[in-house]
Write a protein that binds this ligand. Structure first.
Ligand SMILES: [Zn+2]
Length: 373
């Protein structure tokens, strides 16, 4: 299984780097023009068509036409339905792995004919771990005016996990079938904090639309929430990798469904939950798991919290405020979220080497009773 990751590095831009990205952008736009005017069909035909012409016009080496054609063709294809002529607006450059080299943190790129340009990448601890990892292969790079994104990839053998673990995700916490709890209340606190700041600001400056816009987008709030979700997702994936587990998550409809209008919750509560970035957390988990070779599966969320994990009884009267599961049928008693996590896990269909866990874990009497049955 090939896993790919794009990693961003910043760099100090110079007259040369600016020339490089602006030339590349101009070449892409020339190629788009030629492609449309001469009705060239296909990326490779386009490359052959522009090969000589661009080298002469831009005095660049022979390294560029392939990537120029690739990007120009993708823009033409994407914008077939536009009324005006498509063009590449941003300064950028793309280069495949054969045409650049990376010596630790010094990137070397073809520049003018017969010349190369050397760009020192700026990196932190995290990026450094990729630079020194000999097991990683390098794919294409994308360069903008301020950053260089390098794709790293490796082949991960598709191994069968030992077991699967379900995760019940709600606004306040994420609980797995082993009973591990991660507190997520910080997200709601951040939303409240920035919400209050914004509303106070509007009261003081009701007519300042420029600043209003700035605060409404609240980049800082999003950054802090993302940072937090990154930490949470890293812990989840690290645990799964260390124990060779698959991750089972709920398809998200359930959370929205549970908080629909008319379920007795206040409007402010429904609003707060609508803002909660459930999908963002899931996609971080999915992404990191993919890189770590940990399988992720999504299952139906129907009745995961209302079903008894011991006897299968469905308690339709369970309220959102009921924090523990007390089964009206078999008397099983355990934490509500843990019950849901175990149900989610059982719905997973990923094949595992180990056997299904025997009943549930935990110190609840009902569970023990189930084990001895
Ligand atoms: Zn039961």
């Amino acid at each position: 299984m090939k896993v790919v990751k794009g990693l961003e590095f910043s760099y100090q831009s110079t007259a040369q780097t600016r020339e490089l990205v602006s030339n590349f952008r101009d070449m892409v736009n020339d190629a788009i023009r030629i492609c449309l005017e001469e009705n060239v069909k296909g990326r490779l035909r386009l490359r052959d068509r522009i090969y000589k012409e661009l080298q002469l016009r831009y005095t660049v080496g022979s390294r560029f036409p392939y990537s120029v054609a690739e990007i120009a063709w993708s823009i033409v294809k994407k914008h077939k339905l536009w009324h005006r002529r498509p063009y590449a607006k941003k300064l950028m450059l793309k280069m495949d792995s054969r045409n650049y080299s990376l010596d630790y943190s010094i990137l070397s790129l073809p520049f003018r004919k017969g010349e190369r340009i050397f760009i020192p990448l700026q990196y932190g601890e995290y990026q450094r771990s990729f630079l020194i990892d000999k097991t990683l292969k390098r794919g294409s790079i994308t360069m903008t005016e301020t950053a260089i994104i390098i794709t790293f990839w490796r082949d991960t053998p598709a191994t069968e996990p030992l077991r699967k673990v379900g995760y019940d995700l709600n606004e306040k916490s994420i609980v797995d079938g082993d009973g591990t709890i991660q507190d997520l209340s910080k997200v709601a606190r951040l939303h409240t904090l920035y919400g209050i700041r914004r509303s106070g600001f509007y009261e003081r400056h009701p007519r300042d639309t420029r600043l209003k816009k700035k605060f409404a987008s609240s980049t800082r709030e999003k950054e802090r929430v993302s940072q937090f979700l990154h930490r949470v997702s890293t812990l989840i994936v690290e645990k799964a990798r260390a124990n060779n587990e698959a991750i089972v998550l709920e398809r998200l409809k359930g959370i929205r469904f549970a908080h629909q209008k008319g379920n007795g919750e206040r409007k402010s509560t429904r609003r707060r939950i609508a803002l909660w970035p459930f999908r963002q957390l899931q996609s971080y988990v999915e992404y990191k798991a993919g890189w770590a070779g940990v399988p992720v599966e999504y299952v139906s969320p129907a009745y995961t919290s209302k079903t008894c994990n011991v006897c299968g009884f469905i308690n339709r009267n369970l309220k959102l405020t009921d924090r523990s599961w007390l089964c009206p049928s078999c008397g099983a008693k355990l934490d509500r979220d843990l019950n849901a996590a175990i149900n989610i896990e059982r719905r997973g269909k990923i094949r595992c080497l180990g056997e299904v866990r025997p009943g549930a874990r935990g110190k609840d009497e009902a569970v023990k009773r189930n084990d001895t049955r």
